[in-house]
Design a protein around this ligand. Structure first.
Ligand code: AMP
Length: 545
């Protein structure tokens, strides 16, 4: 081998915020704060505070490799922690506050967090669970002294703003191995115990570059971006790194993510692109309808985390001129795997023609390899019909779970690919289609029914606000589909109406055996419909003959 003769400089997360501070000093991060009101500052001011925070962390005894946990909404202090913690070689462990308290304690103990930073919202929660956190010795309330509690069950609580005021901003980032961990995120744990995905500085930066390189248009011209996806869900899909790198104004919506609140923030801040899961967009769409228009500058929605219904893509495209980009990925993939990516010949199609392609989960992002393994263990051809388990490989894909060798061996195959647990097929022109989560497929006789396909067809019926399909036990067929529907406000479609419309869209054997109506669907901590809860609820449901 003839070795190349270029410098061996480490790829470190800290370099991103330094670049942004120098290049885009006045481009703003705007946050809806927990205390009330908006906070705004530029990337240079953010870097200054990140330096203070990093010095404070060092003063608190945080060492390289230590896990520093957060329980926080999307706000500027959470953003600062991403960089200050990683910058000193420690690991920013974002915990999902929507989990049950016992799960939060399990995760913090499993990760062996040494410090925990949390928003005011979570003070009552922490007062309750802190005694159960075995390794956490430092607690910091992410607020100013005016909002510190006069009395608290928690001893020695630090105030975030006091820590910053007491420390100087001056700091040259230490240099270390780019393979050092920078962040940790536990999967939502819908199957078994939550598992930790430990990202490295190198994987995080490469993932950021891959995303920008694959769809540069998503970040072009310093576009104003609003991540509804939380900073505690899979690194907010990389946006806290991409936005400063691309010089994008970054709008952080805080705790309230309902349609009217999001709409107002998007309108007042001139948001051009919103990123989040489909349920959030369903809420926002209701608001568009009420006000008769979209927020004035909103032009792009990136939706992922669960399948994006065709009906939603169609309405956003046709009625509001919004371009929908569909993404598929996993916490284990940093998280983006595929996203809507048009070839030049497709880009020329009319908007609705492109929208029809966007219901597929997209083409692979650069840096991600895909393979589909059929029931017999063979690699499935990209013929658009053969489906099987989807495996992935790449420089930003997990090679194993943190302190969990059993789970790691279960999910990595002999060739080193990661088994996603998703059933998928790939079309000849390389679109990835996710058929279902393996455990969500309805196994009817020898056939599989994709719950995603039936939901997609049902959401196109009038009067349905949201729906889910689950398999329920059937004496002859093993399982048959049950459609669980939330009616749209003021609408009253009957079971017969819905089955009638569905009959014209999907094959007879895929038609749900029954339709039930509910006021709301159970959601997971990351805003996806919880089929596990639905299955439990309807486990004894008796299907009509
Ligand atoms: P998480 O790690 O919590 O983001 O969950 C990852 C899982 O969400 C994937 O394995 C898929 O089952 C599901 N998922 C994510 N994006 C999509 C999508 N666009 N379509 C269908 N399922 C998706």
């Amino acid at each position: 081998m003839l070795r190349g003769m270029m410098m061996d400089r480490p790829l470190l997360v800290s370099s991103v915020i330094d670049f942004a501070a120098e290049t885009y000093p006045n481009v703003e991060i705007v946050s809806q704060t927990v205390e009330g009101g908006l906070h705004r500052y530029g990337y240079a001011a953010a870097r200054e505070r990140i330096g203070r925070l990093a010095n404070a962390l060092i003063g608190l005894g945080i060492k390289p490799g230590d896990r520093v946990a957060t329980l926080a909404w999307n706000g500027y202090r959470h953003f600062e922690l991403y960089y200050a913690v990683a910058g000193i070689g420690a690991v920013c462990h974002t915990i999902n506050p929507r989990l049950f308290p016992e799960q939060i304690a399990y995760i913090a103990n499993h990760a062996e967090d040494t410090a925990l930073f949390f928003d005011l919202t979570f003070l009552p929660l922490l007062e309750k669970i802190a005694p159960a956190l075995k390794t956490t010795r430092t607690y910091v309330l992410m607020t100013d002294s005016a909002h510190m509690p006069a009395e608290s069950a928690m001893q020695g609580l630090y105030c975030y703003e006091d820590l910053l005021a007491d420390n100087s901003p001056g700091l040259t980032w230490p240099e270390f191995d780019e393979h050092s961990a920078c962040a940790l995120c536990y999967t939502s744990g819908t199957t078994g115990e939550p598992k930790g995905v430990l990202y490295s500085n190198r994987s995080m930066l490469l993932h950021t570059f891959f995303l920008v390189a694959t769809r540069p248009d998503l970040f072009a011209h310093n576009r104003t971006i609003l991540p509804v996806v939380p900073l505690f869900h899979a690194n907010a899909w990389s946006l806290p790194y991409v936005a400063p790198l691309a010089g994008c104004p970054f709008i952080l919506p805080g705790a309230k993510l309902d349609g009217p609140t999001l709409y107002d923030l998007m309108e007042s801040e001139g948001v051009e692109a919103g990123w989040g899961v489909p349920t959030v967009w369903l809420g926002l769409l209701e608001e568009f309808k009420k006000r008769g228009r979209k927020p004035r500058k909103l032009a792009q929605i990136l939706s992922g985390g669960s399948a994006v219904p065709q009906a939603m893509i169609d309405v956003l495209t046709r009625d509001y001129g919004i371009e929908v980009t569909h993404g598929w990925g996993m916490t284990e993939m940093s998280p983006v795997g595929t996203l809507t990516l048009f070839r030049p010949e497709e880009r020329g199609r009319p908007a609705m023609g492109r929208a029809a392609l966007s219901v597929k989960q997209g083409r692979r992002m650069f840096g991600v390899d895909l393979k589909v393994i059929d029931d017999k263990g063979n690699r499935a051809p990209p013929d658009g019909t053969t489906s099987g388990e989807l495996f992935v490989r790449g420089a930003a894909v997990v090679s194993g779970y943190f302190n969990n060798p059993d789970a790691s061996t279960r999910q990595i195959d002999e060739e080193g690919w990661f088994g996603t647990g998703d059933v998928a097929k790939i079309t000849p022109d390389r679109w990835l289609v996710i058929v279902d989560r393996t455990k969500d497929l309805v196994k009817s006789g020898g056939e599989w029914i994709s719950s995603i396909d039936v939901e997609n067809a049902a959401l196109a019926c009038k009067g349905i606000a949201n729906c889910a399909v689950i398999g329920v036990p059937h004496p002859k067929w093993n399982e048959r589909p049950l459609l669980v529907v939330v009616r749209a406000p003021g609408a009253n479609p009957s079971k017969a109406d819905i089955l009638d419309v569905l009959g014209s869209k999907i094959a007879k054997w895929q038609l749900p055996d029954d339709v039930v109506f509910v006021d709301a669907l159970p959601m997971t901590a990351t805003g996806k419909i919880s089929k596990k809860d639905l299955r439990a609820k309807f486990a004894a449901h008796k299907l009509p003959d």
